[in-house]
Write a protein that binds this ligand. Structure first.
Ligand code: UDX
Ligand code: ADP
Length: 459
C-alpha cells in the first residue's frame, strides 16, 4: 500500500509537531492536520511563526519549511478524512471527571467521536492509526465502531504511540529511540513502516501486536514517572539525614544498570501524560482485580502529590508559619522548561496551596500567557475567580515579580533563571530573603554569598 495522503485529527502538542516532521521528511505525502478548534488552526497558519500555538524549540523551522508545500492545517475535518489513505487519531484523552472510572480512567469520548466521524465520511479504504495514548484494547473498540457504522469500507487499525517529550519534541521525532507500531495487518504495518523509513533506521522500527503496543506506551510513562517519584522519595530522606540527593543520584546513576537519566529530584512531575497514564494503568489493573498491581503503581502518584504538598509546607513553615499578605514570587509555571504547556504543572498546586494561606503570589514564566495561568488556577475551583484575581498576579518582568518579595520559589527549570542578576534581585527583596529551588538549578554558594537563605530539594 502506498500512502499519498495523511490526515491527522487533533492539532495539539502531539499531532502538530509529529505531522510537521512527517511532512518535512516525506515531501511526497500530503499531510493535513485538522482540528475543531478554529483558533488553534488559525494559529498554526500564522504568517508569523513565533505565533504558532505551541512553543517547541525548532518547530517553527520545520513548519516554515513544509507548510503550504505538503503540510496543511484546516478545520475541514470531513474533507481531510475523505481524501486520506491514512488517518491518525491524535486527540486528547483526559482523565475522566465523571461517572464510572472518575478520576482514573481515560475519557475516550473524543476518540470515539473521531472513529464515528471517520466511519461516516469514508468512501475509500483507510488505515486508522491510534496516536493518542489509549487504554489497552481501545483498538478493538475503534474497530467495532468502524466496522459497524462504516459504509462497507475496509479499515485497518494500527497503534503507533508517540514517545516524544515536550521541549525536545523535534529532536525526539527526528532521532527517536524507537518507533513502535502495533497491528494485525502486515500490509498496513508495512505502509506505516514505509512512512517512517524515510528518516528512521529500520532497526529502530519495532512491530508488535496491537495490545503490546498500547500497553507499552502506558508502561514507558509509568516507569519514567516511577524514577522521578523514587528519587523524590529519597530527597525527603536526604533532607533528614544530611545526605545530598544530587550526590546520591550521581552515585547510583553511574551504575549502568540503573542509568543516569530521570534522576533529578524536583517539586514533582507534571505534564499531560505521567499522571493520566498511571491512573489509567491503575484503573485497568483494578478492572482485572489485580489490586496489588494497582496499589503498586498508585504509590507513584501518591509520592508525587506528597512532594508538591511538602514543597508548599516547607515554604510556609520557613516563613514563620504564615505567608498571609506576604508577596511570594513564583518563577516558572510550565511543567518543564522549553514548553508553554502547563497541564498538571506542579506550579499550579503550589500556587493553590499558597493562595489558601492568603499569600500574594506573583507569577513569571517566559512562555506561558497570563490567561493560561488564570485558567489553570480557576480550574481547580478552590476559590472564586475574583479571589484568585486579587491574590495572584502574572507579570512579564521577573525582576518585578521578585521586588519586595519575602520569598522566591523556582517551579520550572528555565535556563534563563540561572543567569539573572541575583545581586540586584536580593537588594530589592525583603530580608531575610528566601529562595526555594524546586528544581535544584541555582548555585547555592553564589546565592548564600549574596545573602539569600537558600533551600533546595534533597539537601
Ligand atoms: C513524557 C515522556 O517522557 C514521553 O516519552 C511521553 O511521550 C510523554 O510523557 P513529557 O511529559 O513531555 O514526556 O516530559 P518529561 O521530560 O518526561 O517530563 C515529565 C515531568 O517529569 C516534568 O514535569 C519534568 O520536569 C519531570 N521530571 C523529569 C523530573 O522531575 N525529574 C526528572 O529527572 C525528569
Ligand atoms: P495532545 O497533548 O495529546 O496533543 P491536545 O489537547 O494538545 O493533546 O490536542 C488535542 C487536540 O484534539 C485539541 O486541539 C482538540 O481540539 C482536538 N480534538 C478533539 N476532538 C476532536 C475531534 N473530534 N475532531 C477534531 N479535533 C479534535
Amino acid at each position: 500500500m502506498n500512502i499519498n495522503k495523511i490526515c491527522c485529527i487533533g492539532a495539539g502538542y502531539v499531532g502538530g509537531p509529529t505531522m510537521a516532521v512527517i511532512a518535512q521528511k516525506c515531501p511526497n505525502i500530503k499531510v493535513t492536520v485538522v482540528d475543531l478548534n478554529e483558533k488553534r488552526i488559525d494559529d498554526w497558519n500564522s504568517e508569523d511563526l513565533s505565533l504558532l500555538p505551541i512553543f517547541e524549540p525548532g518547530l517553527d523551522e520545520v513548519v516554515g519549511e513544509a507548510r503550504g508545500r505538503n503540510l496543511f492545517f484546516s478545520t475541514d475535518v470531513d474533507k481531510a478524512i475523505e481524501e486520506a489513505d491514512m488517518v491518525f487519531i491524535s486527540v486528547n484523552t483526559p482523565t475522566k471527571t465523571y461517572g464510572r472510572g472518575k478520576d482514573m480512567a481515560a475519557d475516550l469520548k473524543y476518540v470515539e467521536l473521531c472513529a464515528r466521524q471517520i466511519a461516516k465520511v469514508a468512501t475509500t479504504d483507510k488505515i486508522v492509526v491510534e496516536k493518542s495514548t489509549l487504554p489497552v484494547r481501545t483498538a478493538e473498540a475503534i474497530h467495532n465502531v468502524l466496522s459497524e457504522t462504516g459504509n462497507g469500507v475496509n479499515f485497518q487499525i494500527l497503534s503507533n504511540p508517540e514517545f516524544l517529550a515536550e521541549g525536545t519534541a523535534i529532536q525526539d521525532l527526528l532521532n527517536p529511540d524507537r518507533i513502535l507500531i502495533g497491528g494485525e495487518s502486515e500490509d498496513a504495518i508495512q505502509a506505516l513502516v514505509d512512512v517512517y523509513s524515510n528518516w528512521v533506521d529500520d532497526d529502530k522500527i519495532l512491530t508488535t501486536n496491537v495490545w503490546s503496543s498500547e500497553l507499552s506506551k502506558l508502561v514507558a510513562n509509568a516507569f519514567l514517572a516511577q524514577r522521578v517519584s523514587s528519587i523524590n522519595s529519597i530527597s525527603e530522606l536526604c533532607e533528614k539525614t544530611g545526605a545530598n540527593v544530587k550526590e546520591v543520584a550521581r552515585s547510583i546513576g553511574m551504575d549502568s544498570r540503573i542509568g543516569s537519566k530521570f534522576l533529578n529530584a524536583s517539586v514533582g512531575f507534571g505534564g499531560s501524560c505521567f499522571q493520566k497514564d498511571i491512573l489509567n494503568l491503575v484503573y485497568i489493573a483494578k478492572t482485572y482485580g489485580l489490586n496489588e498491581v494497582a496499589d503498586y503503581w498508585e504509590q507513584v502518584i501518591i509520592m508525587n502529590n506528597h512532594q508538591k504538598t511538602r514543597f508548599t509546607s516547607n515554604i510556609l513553615s520557613t516563613l514563620y508559619n504564615t505567608v498571609s499578605g506576604k508577596k511570594i514570587a513564583m518563577l516558572g509555571w510550565a511543567f518543564k522548561k522549553d514548553t508553554n504547556d502547563t497541564r498538571e504543572s506542579a506550579a499550579i498546586y503550589v500556587a493553590d496551596g499558597l493562595l489558601e494561606e492568603r499569600a500574594q503570589v506573583y507569577v513569571y514564566d517566559p512562555k506561558v500567557k497570563e490567561a493560561r495561568v488564570y485558567e489553570d488556577i480557576n480550574y481547580l475551583n478552590t476559590r472564586g475567580e475574583e479571589e484568585n484575581k486579587d491574590l495572584l498576579s502574572v507579570v512579564t518582568d521577573p525582576y518585578k515579580a521578585c521586588e519586595d518579595a519575602h520569598a522566591i520559589a523556582v517551579l520550572t527549570e528555565w535556563d534563563e533563571f540561572k543567569s539573572y542578576d541575583w545581586h540586584k534581585i536580593y537588594d530589592k527583596m525583603l530580608k531575610p530573603a528566601f529562595i526555594f529551588d524546586g528544581r535544584g538549578i541555582l548555585d547555592r554558594a553564589e546565592l548564600e554569598g549574596i545573602g539569600f537563605e537558600y533551600y533546595n530539594i534533597g539537601e
